[in-house]
Design a binder for this molecule. Structure first.
Ligand code: SF4
Ligand code: SF4
Length: 225
């Protein structure tokens, strides 16, 4: 190798090194985006640091009075692709003597959930949703299995039956018609009855024999001859 080629290779290596350091130098002066958790926890929890639609964990929707809308139909359990949900039901006796299937425990395994949202989309009563509470880490896998119906079930008050309306007064009986008006005239004889009264052709007396055909006339004819 000549001296000229020797120095050429040194400058080529330095140029290659500076090219690689260009990306590092650019990031050195760029504004940092790294989240400093837990120093910025207050920002993430209370100042909109986590997007509203971020799916962190499944939860029940309770109204202000502590009621949920789950009817224990198990649609979410059937549609979950990896068996994350287990809906445990029980039969209860109703005041009217009938039986009804109700929710006993709603178990959700956060450790196996893929956050596909199919359970929420297929729930017919919109009883569940995903919260964006991102602080779900734990040291034990068993702690990731949660019972979502954590509030004791309350019986909804049954509305009192509406009072029955008073029976409508019966209409007064119609004024009796005079007996003459009710008495119908005797029915006219039908054509059949008429024909029954008239003698039939068979019942008519037999026609008198012809005078020419009588035996007396025969004798008279013979005498004349
Ligand atoms: S989000 Fe998907 S995987 Fe998770 S419980 Fe619902 S259906 Fe199952
Ligand atoms: S959460 Fe919805 S889909 Fe699941 S059992 Fe309750 S009502 Fe049915």
């Amino acid at each position: 190798m000549s001296i000229k080629e020797y120095f050429k290779s040194i400058f080529k290596g330095i140029y290659s090194l500076l090219q690689g350091m260009q990306v590092t130098g650019k990031e050195l002066v760029t504004k940092k985006v790294t989240e400093q958790y837990p120093e910025n926890r207050n920002h993430l929890l209370h100042e909109g640091g986590i997007p509203e639609r971020f799916r962190a964990s499944l939860e029940f929707i309770y109204d202000d009075e502590g009621y949920h809308k789950c009817i224990a139909c198990k649609s979410c359990e059937r549609n979950c692709p990896n068996g994350t949900i287990q809906v445990i039901t029980k039969m209860v006796d109703l005041p009217n003597g009938k039986k009804k299937m109700k929710l006993d425990r709603y178990m959700y395994d956060l450790g196996s959930c893929t956050f596909c949202n199919l359970c929420v989309l297929t729930c017919p009563t919109a009883a569940i949703r995903f919260s964006n509470d991102f602080e779900q880490s734990t040291f034990e896998r068993e702690a990731l299995v949660k019972q979502l119906n954590y509030l004791p079930e309350k019986e909804k008050p049954v509305p009192a039956p509406a009072p029955k309306p008073a029976p409508a007064p019966k209409p007064a009986p119609a004024v009796a018609k005079p007996a003459e008006a009710q008495a119908k005239p005797a029915a006219e004889p039908t054509p059949q009855a008429k024909s029954a009264e008239e003698p039939t052709p068979q019942e008519k007396p037999a026609a008198a024999p012809d005078a020419d055909k009588s035996p007396d006339n025969t004798e008279n004819k013979e005498n004349k001859q």
